[in-house]
Design a protein around this ligand. Sequence first.
Ligand SMILES: NC(=O)c1ccc[n+]([C@@H]2O[C@H](COP(=O)([O-])OP(=O)(O)OC[C@H]3O[C@@H](n4cnc5c(N)ncnc54)[C@H](O)[C@@H]3O)[C@@H](O)[C@H]2O)c1
Length: 325
Amino acid sequence: MSSARTASKPCAVNSCTAAFDRRRGSSTRRSSRLPTIVLLGSIMAESAKIAGTVFVATQRSAPHECMGVCMRYENKVVLVTGGASGIGRAVLDGMVREGARVMFTDISNEVGQSLEAELRSDGHDVRFGRADATDPDDATRIVADVVNEWGRLDVAINNVGGPGRGDKSGGPLEALDPAAWRATFALSSESTFYGMRAQIAQMLAQGGGVIGNTASMAGVRPTLTASVAYSAAKASVIQLTRYAALMYADRGIRINAVAPGMTLTPAVEAHLTPEEQQAFVAGIQPMGRMLKPSEIADSFLWLCSDEASGVTGITVNVDAGLSAA
Ligand SMILES: NC(=O)c1ccc[n+]([C@@H]2O[C@H](COP(=O)([O-])OP(=O)(O)OC[C@H]3O[C@@H](n4cnc5c(N)ncnc54)[C@H](O)[C@@H]3O)[C@@H](O)[C@H]2O)c1
């Protein structure tokens, strides 16, 4: 299966070179082998080093391949909410593939338990916890469970979200039932707050950690195809991310978000026929296709790894070009 530990993971060039550095020794040793280039100043010198790094790496291994498996999460303890399906499942797969010990939660007990059994039989250190992300007590309990199991919490992905019961995409604001607005805010905004509240308390106690939140392009740039409540709730996830990043930047906690465009997950497949999906993306995603859950997961895997150690408070738009149009 895709998450098998032995699978080779294609990755960004700087991941490859980081793996290369670990195996070959320091970057000083590597730079001594750079080709001679006439340099006009220090900026060009840096560019040449980067070019040289790629050159050296591609000579010794296949381009864009780690030498073996990328293991950015080896010995890391990770929590993923809503991990039994779609984007959360892709993040879970990526984390275990790269060596993490993962607690994933979901409201669906049956799917969660069967996925836990599948991943554990593949040799992964994975636990499933049934938890409702809209319940603050569940959010606190799950963090306690992670700490009981592995002693700390390094990375948390708050992924649960979506339109709440009765909230229809593109429906008129003046007709929106306040109960539907509240349901969407509970699922897409409050869930993120409850998760972060519990996770940050633990991360402060242990001296640091990393949080990733699933936002949405609907929260970055409204389109009338999404509901007003969902768009506002996801915008709040982005602002919650930025505010908390600012608040904890000097206490070792990094907090970022990923804003997916339309992504082919079970949630989308359940609501749109293939023809409707194609019509939708043709209208707003310049690449003319749906995103894959793994494409969203890959941004989380970068943002929450040490490769992004200087990054906090940002939202990465993984949107097939939507925000450029
Ligand atoms: N699919 C897209 O096009 C898209 C685009 C932008 C943003 N998003 C966001 O990505 C996230 C994941 O969406 P997806 O498309 O992968 O959905 P999905 O339905 O495929 O997966 C969501 C998972 O969350 C679980 N879940 C639902 N309510 C829960 C709750 N209260 N507590 C715990 N678990 C719960 C579900 O059982 C399911 O396993 C959501 O925040 C969504 O808003 C999705």
